[in-house]
Design a protein around this ligand. Sequence first.
Ligand code: GAP
Length: 468
Amino acid sequence: RSGIYRRCRSCATITAMNTPKATSMEQLISLCKRRGFIYQGSEIYGGLAGTWDYGPLGVALKRNIQNAWWKMFVTSREDMYGVDAAIIMNPNVWKASGHVAGFSDPLVECTKCKRRFRADHLDNVTTCPECGGTLGESRQFNMMFKTSVGALETEDSTAYLRPETAQGMFVNFKNVVDSFYPDLPFGLAQQGKAFRNEISPRDFVFRSREFEQMEIEYFVDPRDEELVGKVFDELFDEQMKFLSTLGISKDNIHKIEVPESDRAHYSKRSIDTEYDFPFGQKELLGLAYRTDYDLNAHIKGSGEDLSYFDEEKKERFVPHCIEPTFGIDRLILAVLSESYKVEGEGDEARVFLAFPPALAPVKVCVSPLLKNKIELVEKAQGLFSSLKKRFGAVAWDDNGNVGKRYRRQDEIGTPFCVVVDFDTLGEPSAQAGNPELLDTVTVRHRDTGEQERVAIGDLEKYIEERIK
Ligand code: GAP
């Protein structure tokens, strides 16, 4: 059964909870800022359009997604090789790849307020959507950020910040083949920053000027067309499997076969995977059959031989490439949007992030029932230290009452709250005190609010099994 359910503790009736998707971007953006997931870039200076900073919880969520991806696509496979190429590459890379000539978006400028817009994002390309002024002619605007390498700023010192991680893999194709002699098919994988001078960055981290990608360039033998088609389908299935491990529901995903007129210049076939973001259905990730376009472009541009030698058939050829590409920031936005749940209404409403436990930035929060009872605090601190040593992502909270602590942890998606109480001490008290519960703690579950009693000796195993 998918969804979130609550079981009544007395009559055991199971009811589905009111868990709509985040209804607005404002809710998500506000939670992200308030709880330390994502802040506006350079905020104290008024920000910088199209840039975002990840706070302590955001960076933990991002790393968990990156690590899950690396494990699934690189370390658990035998046909993948990781690389981490430089962000600033020889400018000839971008001339050869076609980015200098063609990596551009259509731009229109308002003759009155001088604001700039992407022509293909406007319904009316003659009138300014901000001030009603007249829009000028559309012209192509190259999205690569330019920089200058070395002490002198000349035409020859111009370099670019990479607009995709992909080229870092194509230029290392020969290096990896020469060091590892991989059999085809095999892939190169990379995670890292990419930069695009977007004309109109928008929708939080969805379209920014500095973002992160996780890409694979998977090389195949083009002489076996059936195999190429099979690999393409398999890589698409793997993309869907990865989305499912992130807790993204199939109902919110749409597979779009991109028509030729909309495909990138290098692609013979592309599938975009779109997601129902709070602001509409938009591209989350992509899959493209780049053929031998890039390797051939770099053979021409560099003069190097980037062909592959088939030992068995004693033939040399240029492999074709299939590229699954993921934008990390868009995945984070999809995960946040998917996980955002509200139970109840008005002042009673409980907001929680139902992250899959493996992605949660904090796995467990430990508290003493009362802050001023030294025996409870000492016992809880001992437990906190051992859990911290074991799992790392463990929080301590002794502020306010237990209900408030649960609410705080719910909002950041902590799957388990552990409370040390009088029963843990085996000490009869007004709060109850059952000697049989000595050395057990309350474990409270984020999604259902259910609580159960777990022996301290079993706690690490209990958590370990549930955060995989
Ligand atoms: N190497 C192929 C490539 O870069 P792309 O469709 O231009 O293809 C790949 O970008 C992915 O990068 C997108 O599916 C998206 O997830 C992410 N992406 C692209 N532009 C972005 C931006 N301005 N802000 C955030 N993510 C972006």
